[in-house]
Design a protein around this ligand. Structure first.
Ligand code: TYM
Length: 333
């Protein structure tokens, strides 16, 4: 039976990359009728330092973002990871299944720990084992994510396969990544070779879901481009990462494809295309940011939704963890 799981870290504000690469797809999968579970992964966030007050605020804000973008707490299970202790419990078992070498090859680890791995947290190194636990705790079959999570999902498949093999069982499913749409990798507005990221020091490099209309328009106006006009087909974007990025964003925001967009705007200069993109971005994003701000006025209600979601998540997770303990040989009495 299909079941969708995904998560986002409350380690900063939401960006357009999170929205187009993940949340927009979360909503589509919810609306397709498949059971969907979406997590705010607070345990993952603390693999790098988080100020406690900021973590609380960002956890609520991300939850508000989920709901404002169209996730319905009655149809999807929405919760924060630390309220379901089974995540940490299964992660421990996976720490004993996954190999040091697998973790050391993760590009996110190499990027985040950098040259100073000695001083990185142990949690940052083990991060992908916790992520595998998130997914496999629900026997999730489909995981919608952006391109940057592909390697972690391959590791999740490796963990499931090694567990099944080592214990001679067919217990954990081999999960399918769902990396689809025009914007699986939204790039920085300042540098088309870098991912748009909530941790980029330059705020002009990203669109935040909480940016107001003027800020969005200004960031798009200043976005890096090249002097050529837009091509009339996708092949013409070859070697033009900044141009490609803006067209991808336009296609994703308008629920269209790059080819269809270029059929309409091919031949236009960026001076004409950028205002079109800014209008579209504002039209799509400002209802979401307005609703987020409204929801944030009632933090107790957000906390109630997270608590309710956590109880429903636990009802699924707990029997799977118990069965895992049994397979491993832990006495339950
Ligand atoms: P995180 O919090 O970095 O990002 C959340 C989601 O947003 C996607 N994303 C992007 N997509 C397109 N373009 C971008 N520039 C961009 N930036 C971010 C990410 O691919 C992701 O889908 N490890 C995960 C969180 C996680 C998780 C999980 C995901 C923990 N457990 C279980 C799926 C299943 C992460 O750091 O995402």
């Amino acid at each position: 039976t299909p079941r969708v799981f995904s998560g986002i870290q409350p380690s900063g504000g939401l960006t357009l990359g999170n929205y187009l690469g993940a949340i927009k797809r979360f909503v589509q999968m919810q609306d397709s009728g498949t059971p969907t579970i979406y997590c705010v992964v607070d345990l993952h966030a603390i693999t790098v330092w988080q100020d406690p007050a900021a973590l609380r605020r960002q956890t609520r804000e991300l939850t508000a973002g989920y709901i404002a973008a169209g996730l319905d707490p009655a149809r999807s299970i929405l919760f924060n990871q630390s309220q379901v202790p089974e995540h940490a419990q299964l992660a421990w078992i996976f720490n004993c299944v996954a190999r040091m070498g697998w973790m050391g090859r993760m590009t996110q680890w190499k990027d985040k720990a950098g040259k100073n791995a000695e001083n990185a947290s142990l949690g940052l190194f083990a991060y992908p084992a916790l992520m595998a636990a998130d997914i496999l705790l629900y026997h999730a079959t489909h995981v919608p994510v952006g391109e940057d999570q592909k390697q972690h999902l391959e590791l999740t498949r490796d963990v499931a396969a090694k567990f099944n093999h080592d214990y001679g069982v067919d217990f954990f499913p081999i999960t399918e990544p769902v990396i689809e749409g025009a914007a699986t990798r939204v790039m920085s507005l300042r540098d088309g070779s870098k991912k748009m990221s909530k941790s980029d020091p330059s705020d002009a490099s990203r669109i935040n879901m909480t940016d107001d209309a003027d800020t969005i328009a200004k960031k798009i106006r200043k976005a890096k481009t090249d002097p050529e006009a837009l091509p009339s087909e996708a092949a013409g974007l070859e070697g033009r990462p900044d141009a490609r990025n803006l067209v991808n964003i336009y296609a994703a925001l308008s629920d269209s494809t790059v080819d269809a967009v270029l059929r309409d705007v091919g031949g236009k200069q960026f001076s004409e295309f950028k205002p079109m993109l800014a209008d579209l971005a504002v039209a799509r994003l400002s209802p979401i940011s307005t609703e987020m701000a409204r929801l944030m006025q009632d933090p107790a209600e957000i906390d109630r939704i997270l608590g309710d979601g956590a109880a429903r998540a636990r009802a699924i997770a707990s029997p799977i963890l118990q069965k895992t303990y049994e397979i491993v040989g832990m006495i339950r009495s």
